[in-house]
Design a protein around this ligand. Structure first.
Ligand code: HPA
Length: 279
């Protein structure tokens, strides 16, 4: 057994000593969505990351560090919500940033719904738009599968030709229309941060085919697909990327737009949890 799997097993046993909850869907909350778990979930159990053996604890502002386990309000859909994630820019190895996704799989989650705030590279995107992630570019971030393969989770060379589940994406697009939520679709590029990009980097990423850029998510999606989970992702476009708008970029702007967008984001996410449960 690899060292990474031993660490995961210890984390799993830590959670299991506190709850026997088996989620069907799992959700990772990005900036602005922190309140989702408080408002949309009938809570069964909460487990703080700091109480999980060997688990990374986030330091980013606005990120709580805990799993909330419960049912989506008005349904019996068992959902695990990750409130707070860790990033490479905090100094964690990429393997630590994907521990939560892997643990959620071990706890029983079949679908992983990833959310984030990201900068809009596509010039038709405005701050406050929501983007369904169709695919990603993770060439500029470390691959989370580097190191001894965790055979218990998946194969050494996993296919990544359809990371973001197409049938689920089609359903999400129809659901957004029903809800009257405008939903863009595009390619997400992950960089490590923490500095925002330069205008030249944004032009380069656009040439490569990226529509949005952020500092999380692609690594989590890779680890989740490696472990055989169904994955989908939604980005809140919190700002136009560097060089597009005249404004300088700040974390405050990211946070403010994410907070402002939260109501429509939350209703879309609740619908996605329902859709994930249907199939
Ligand atoms: N760049 C990278 N990450 C981000 C951005 C951005 O412009 N906005 C929110 N997360």
């Amino acid at each position: 057994m690899s060292i990474a799997y031993e660490r995961l097993k210890k984390a799993y046993e830590s959670v299991r000593s506190k709850t026997d909850f088996v989620p069907s869907a799992a959700l990772t909350l990005g900036s602005g969505l922190g309140a989702f778990a408080d408002e949309e979930i009938d809570v069964t159990d909460i487990v703080d990351y700091k109480d999980i053996e060997g688990f990374p604890v986030s330091t980013a502002a606005g990120h709580k560090g805990r799993f909330v386990f419960g049912t989506l309000k008005g349904t019996d859909i068992k959902t695990a919500v990750m409130q707070g994630r860790v990033h490479c820019y905090e100094g964690y190895p990429v393997s630590s940033t994907v521990m939560p996704a892997r643990l959620l799989k071990m706890l029983g989650a079949k679908t992983l719904i990833l959310t984030n705030a990201s900068g809009g590279i596509n010039e038709s995107f405005s701050a406050g738009d929501l983007m369904l992630i169709a695919d990603h570019i993770s060439l500029f971030a470390p691959n989370p599968l580097i190191g001894e393969n965790i055979d218990e989770l998946g194969t050494r060379f996993p296919d990544m030709s359809c990371v973001y589940d197409k049938p689920l994406r089609d359903k999400i697009k129809r659901a957004a229309e029903r809800l009257g939520i405008e939903l863009k679709e595009g390619v997400y590029a992950q960089l490590t941060g923490p500095s925002f990009e330069t205008p030249a980097e944004i032009r380069a990423l656009r040439t490569l085919g990226a529509d949005a850029v952020g500092m999380s998510t692609a690594a989590e999606a890779i680890a989740a697909r490696h472990a055989g989970m169904r994955v989908c992702g939604i980005s809140c476009i919190s700002n136009q990327a560097a060089g597009i708008s005249k404004n300088i970029l700040t974390h405050e702007e990211v946070q403010q737009t994410a907070d402002r967008t939260a109501p429509k984001f939350k209703s879309l996410i609740a619908e996605i949890i329902r859709l994930a449960d249907e199939s």
